[in-house]
Write a protein that binds this ligand. Structure first.
Ligand SMILES: Nc1ncnc2c1ncn2[C@@H]1O[C@H](COP(=O)(O)OP(=O)(O)O)[C@@H](O)[C@H]1O
Ligand SMILES: [Mg+2]
Length: 428
């Protein structure tokens, strides 16, 4: 039985803390503490001999700190799941820890429940990178023969108010992006407006499966499962539909929220899906909830939509200010002004930009085209390729592809010395 235990390494410079953690873990017969060390350097050395499944890593260590140690540890043992422990609950630490590859972050001292729960969750996760081995298109091989896990870019479309045009933008931009990058680049459109998602209506798709079907298998996803649930659209992109009813949306909430308030199942689903797609365009509902928090964490680009009407502008502004207070990286936030009336009836876009930020794009008001598209389920980028509204969306797709497109690091010479890219790592 011993080999089925979860092998845990404890890294903390204070002997008493190490001992306390060991004691907490000793109550769980599924867990075996295989090493206890006092520094990051030792952790790397000892891990190479003991192969822990999970490492509890203190942030503050003498010598190299816990965050640096995590990065180095994962270079040699990418399958280790690192749980960071820190007295500081600051978002900056958390962000850096996650970027170094840590899977979870607990504040010291953790309760027994918290700790055991986190370790069991880690053990259930697949080792990093296994997803790419079963990938439908195979792993990405960089020049130099180094295998890299795909890490699709997540572009989230959000507005604090309904009716701003999020779904319209998500649907049309996903298609525009697919057209722009060609069929060799995989684009997914994900409806994360879980309760009343209507992406499928805008695209006249009748899905037999939805994201709700992934919930029970969120931690053990595979490519076949994903392929049976995602619906192909004529444009070449694939759609992950929202649950069919608001009740079905509850299944996505069955594993609760993580430390940062994010939805655990959705995170697992997106982390797997981004290994299979190059771009993930995500439509959202209009709430600051667990789903939105997950998306804030995972997104490479967050598009905030507003129309030129005061309540919406105010909502968008309040939301941006909230992001600033959260310490969110503002270079990942893009403003989109929708329904810009060229007759200049509403608030002028320049005025909105002055109080917020320059817009990535101004999309013209075109009621006839937009309504026709929504009512007939034919996205206007396909139906009206020359309409100014389509051109605005195409321009946005181009801007986003320029910003987020194939990274230089993937084609950098000297790839042999690069660590393998990990499944997680783009948080905040
Ligand atoms: N640029 C636009 N011009 C005219 N109508 C638009 C435009 N963008 C969206 N609409 C319309 O506004 C309505 C709400 O859009 P929708 O995408 O469903 O918003 P949200 O998802 O933010 O609630 C839809 O009927 C849509 O056709
Ligand atoms: Mg919508």
């Amino acid at each position: 039985m011993a080999e089925n235990k979860i092998r845990v390494m404890i890294v903390d410079d204070i002997a008493e803390t190490r001992e306390q953690l060991r004691k907490l873990l000793s109550f769980d017969s599924d867990i075996e503490v295989v090493a206890m060390v006092g520094s990051g350097e030792e952790a790397i050395e000892v891990a190479a001999e003991t192969f822990p499944d999970v490492t509890l890593m203190d942030v503050n260590l003498p010598g190299i700190d816990g965050i640096t140690a995590t990065g180095k540890l994962l270079e040699i043992l990418p399958a280790v799941q690192v749980i960071m422990l820190s007295v500081q609950g600051e978002s900056d630490y958390m962000r850096r820890a996650m970027m170094a590859g840590a899977r979870d972050y607990l504040t010291k001292p953790p309760s027994a429940d918290e700790l055991l729960d986190a370790i069991h969750r880690m053990a259930k996760l697949k080792p990093r990178g296994t997803g790419m081995l079963t990938s439908g298109t195979g792993p990405l091989t960089a020049p130099g023969g180094v295998v890299t896990a795909r890490q699709g870019k997540i572009i989230t479309v959000f507005s604090p108010k309904g009716g701003s045009g999020c779904t319209t933008l998500a649907v049309n931009m996903a298609i525009a992006l697919q057209n722009l990058v060609g069929q060799d680049t995989k684009v997914a459109l994900i409806d994360a407006s879980l309760q009343f998602g209507d992406v499928v209506i805008f695209m006249k798709i009748q899905p037999t499966r939805t994201i709700a079907d992934l919930a029970p298998r969120a931690y053990e996803m595979d490519v076949e499962l994903l392929n049976t649930v995602m619906v192909p659209h004529t444009s070449g992109l694939k759609v992950l539909a929202a649950p069919p009813t608001p009740e079905d949306a509850d299944t996505l909430r069955s594993d609760g929220v993580d430390e940062g308030g994010g939805n655990r199942l959705l995170r697992a689903i997106l982390e797997f899906t981004r290994q299979e797609f190059d771009y993930l365009i995500v439509d959202t509902a209009h709430a600051m909830d667990d789903v939105t928090l997950t998306l804030l964490d995972l997104s490479d680009m967050l598009l905030i939509l507003t129309r030129p009407v005061i309540p919406e502008i105010r909502g968008a502004r309040v939301f941006v200010e909230l992001l600033q207070r959260m310490g969110y990286a503002m270079d990942k936030v893009g403003l989109v002004i929708n329904c810009v009336d060229n007759k200049r009836m509403g608030i002028q876009p320049e005025a909105i930009e002055r109080v917020m930020m320059p817009a990535l794009v101004r999309i013209p008001l075109d009621e006839r085209t937009a309504l026709h598209a929504a009512n007939y389920g034919v996205p206007f980028v396909l139906q009206d390729p020359h309409a100014p509204i389509t051109q605005a969306i195409n321009a946005l797709a181009q801007t986003l592809n320029q910003r987020l497109g194939p990274e230089m690091e993937n084609v950098a010479p000297n790839m042999e010395s690069q660590p393998r890219r990990r499944g997680l790592g783009r948080l905040l």
